[in-house]
Design a protein around this ligand. Structure first.
Ligand code: ZN
Length: 512
């Protein structure tokens, strides 16, 4: 039998040498290192069933690991951490983002929408502020305004701020430009601009409150698993359809950052998951969808804690159940339950050191179609197709015009020399998460990959997804106001950028 440590809280990748099923992954098993081996789950909804090894073997492995790690007996307390949340629910009707099927503005609210923040400072006073928003996107103008206020009001450098959206389709549009692109009444554009002015005040408050509430803390990393997400790219004879695909790639990991006060009280949680936040469907009641319900449940069960959801690489992932409010609630409860499982496991304690890099990775677009083709599209009876074609003809009128590269933000944060958090802009498909965790992990080094960070209004496909065609790489560009699909080298460019930044951040940490 061989084992390797990896996903925290679990004895991972244990498989028997004499297993004969012939499939490596079928032999991969996860055993939670809960409570120093005194308690092992073996069949919960959100944990991989423990079926490959017998219980005695696992308890022996877990016990030996706990003996080495001393089970939190020497936690450093030199972090400073503060958390906060503020409602960002619109106070008047708005046009909601995400589903084109809506035929009217918002009509009340099902849940509050929130801005949540974690402010972390390490022993050398290096800082990171994570702000999450129950919104669908972060257009460039909004990103610049948030970064501007963070710098002006709180002295934060751009790399010290990580903004992530839950991608709920139950929130307001946040750009009058988007309202115009959708061909809606300009009154809703004005309403979107008014909302953004209100939003910025709340973001200012949540950052300020998180920073001012900082106090000595310990920070630990743990993990769990949750099976809410299913791949949504289904190959058919007619091409790739947007439909559940149980055989497609998924990432069911739930990475968790737990922040405890000097008195060992849980005061903050950050948890990630890679799945579209779209279980509710096109209701006109404002809501935070399943991720909102997950945060609500965790905060109810831990009243002194702010639970912060960090969207993962869920560009091509949907909740398997996504018909109505009940599905959204159940998905949220399942995710919250997974987080609870992770909290029961022994975390990796992170020393108080932060190293951060923020870079822009330029992504090139494929050459535009011939002008005659664009002109034909401009006469399409489909309003989205014709509006997009007319926009492209207006912006790039000459044959041979090439749109400027798309500036994908890539942020890399290393915590305690043991956890590398990669936060990607846009809506990355799950391949990025799977590949980066595999390729960037090192001995004693865990990797967490977030998407939907810092600039979010475009799908980020991989080469495979572009080659296959379908929604995320190709069809969605007209809804996201991109000139066209990205070039096939997109994945190479992104992975190269990330590798460079990860190497730089690891070197930065090691520098005296
Ligand atoms: Zn999306």
């Amino acid at each position: 039998m061989t084992c390797s440590a990896g996903f925290p809280g679990y004895i991972q990748r244990c498989f028997s040498e004499d297993a004969t099923d012939g499939h490596k992954y079928a032999r991969m098993r996860y055993a939670p290192a809960t409570q120093c081996g005194l308690d092992t789950h073996d069949g919960g909804d959100n944990l991989y069933p423990f079926t490959g090894l017998n219980r005695t073997m696992v308890v022996a492995i877990v016990s030996s690991v706990c003996a080495v790690s001393a089970c939190l007996s020497a936690e450093p307390a030199s972090w400073k951490a503060g958390v906060a949340k503020e409602s960002i629910t619109p106070r008047e009707p708005v046009w909601m983002a995400g589903f084109a099927a809506r035929n009217g503005p918002s009509d009340g609210q099902l849940t509050e929408l929130y801005a949540r923040a974690l402010a972390l400072s390490d022993a050398q006073n290096n800082r990171l502020v994570v702000v999450t928003l129950d919104l669908i996107e972060i257009p460039e103008a909004l990103r610049d305004m948030i970064a501007g206020l963070a710098r002006k009001r709180h002295g934060l450098k751009p790399e010290e701020l990580l903004v992530n959206v839950s991608h709920t389709h139950g929130g307001p549009m946040v750009s009058s430009k988007t309202v115009a692109e959708w061909g809606l009444d300009p009154v809703w554009g004005k309403r979107a601009d008014d909302y953004v002015a209100f939003l910025l005040k709340r973001i200012d408050a949540v950052i300020g409150n998180a920073i001012s509430s900082q106090s000595p803390a310990t920070v630990g990393y743990a993990g769990a698993r949750c099976d809410v997400a299913m791949n949504r790219r289904l190959p058919t004879a007619e091409g790739m359809r947007l439909a559940p695909n149980p055989d497609g790639p998924v990432d069911h990991d739930v990475p968790i950052l737990r922040i405890e006060s000097a008195e060992k009280k849980l005061v903050g949680l950050v948890f990630g998951y890679a799945c579209h936040n779209t279980a509710m469907g096109p209701t006109r009641q404002l809501n935070g969808d399943y991720a909102g319900f997950a945060q609500q449940k965790l905060e109810k069960d831990h009243p002194d804690t702010v639970a912060i959801f960090l969207s993962g690489c869920g560009g091509d992932q949907n909740p398997a159940r996504r018909r109505n409010e009940e599905d959204a609630v159940q998905n949220g409860l399942a995710l919250a339950k997974a987080v609870e499982s992770g909290l029961a496991a022994t975390p990796i304690v992170l020393d108080a050191s932060l190293a951060i890099r923020l870079a822009t990775c330029p992504l090139a677009f494929a050459p535009l179609p011939p002008r005659a083709e664009l002109e034909a599209r401009a006469n399409s009876p489909d309003g989205y197709v014709s509006r997009h074609a007319r926009w492209v003809l207006r912006e790039w009128p000459n044959p041979g015009d090439q749109p400027a590269d798309y500036p994908l933000p890539i942020q890399v944060v290393e915590l305690g020399g043991k956890l590398t958090l990669v936060a990607l802009g846009g809506e990355p498909v799950v391949d990025y998460s799977i590949r980066l965790k595999r390729e960037l992990a090192a001995e004693g080094q865990s990797v967490w990959v977030a998407g939907y960070s810092n600039l979010v209004h475009a799908y980020v496909p991989t080469r495979r997804v572009l080659q296959e065609g379908g929604y995320e790489g190709t069809e969605a560009v007209i809804y996201q106001a991109l000139p066209g699909p990205f070039r096939m080298d997109i994945e190479d460019r992104i992975v190269d950028c990330i590798r460079r930044e990860v190497a730089a951040v690891r070197t930065k940490r090691q520098a005296p």
